[in-house]
Design a protein around this ligand. Structure first.
Ligand SMILES: [Zn+2]
Length: 200
């Protein structure tokens, strides 16, 4: 089964380790405002995901706060797990939006029913892909590498189909890496780690 990884807790732990590696690099770089030391200041999250496979690492988002008096700036690293403020995990926002190259229509509908994702939520996601993601700096920079070009209406399915990877899990990891800079507004820069989906 090409989507067996979805119910495999080791896949979610793998994504957590990527988030940890990204966070370690961000922390080592210091406060983006003053260069001060960054202290851990995780914030609680209650992501909606596939029940039973998420461990306690999914109950918080890795984040930092500058230790300098007078600065105290919040600095949240990019994430391959949490897509900004969206309550569903990034992986679900991809898989439940992708009409091609992702899950089969039947499996996608099962997941929508199981997770009780409302139609307005899915419309908002669709709009997010076509407008926010399509206009984002990271997509504007990345899309030049895809020839023939991908139209905004084809996102994210067609993009998933074009990314390199032996299977859906590997292509998803690549797409999560591409989305990661969009998951924070308090830190900017290139993703500080390379994601190698083969290392899971
Ligand atoms: Zn600072």
């Amino acid at each position: 089964m090409c989507h067996a990884f979805l119910n495999d807790s080791s896949f979610y732990q793998f994504l957590f380790r990527i988030d940890q590696a990204i966070a370690a690099e961000v922390q080592a770089g210091g406060c983006p405002s003053c260069g001060g030391v960054l202290h851990s200041a995780r914030y609680p999250r209650k992501p909606r995901g596939i029940r039973g496979v998420l461990d306690e690492s999914y109950e918080s988002r890795l984040s930092f706060c500058c230790a300098e008096d007078g600065c105290r700036r919040r600095c949240t690293p990019p994430s391959v797990r949490f897509l900004g403020r969206k309550v569903y995990l990034g992986i679900l926002v991809i898989l439940l939006s992708a009409r091609e190259h992702g899950l089969s229509a039947k499996r996608r509908q099962q997941l929508i029913d199981t997770l009780e994702v409302s139609l307005p939520t899915r419309w908002r996601w669709c709009q997010w892909w076509r407008e926010s993601f399509a206009a984002s700096r990271c997509w504007q920079a990345a899309k030049a590498y895809f020839l023939p070009p991908l139209a905004a209406e084809q996102l994210p399915g067609a993009l998933l189909g074009r990314l390199s990877g032996a299977d859906l899990r590997q292509r998803l990891c690549r797409l999560l890496g591409l989305l990661a800079p969009l998951t924070t507004t308090s830190w900017s820069g290139l993703l500080p780690v390379a994601i190698d989906p083969q290392k899971m």
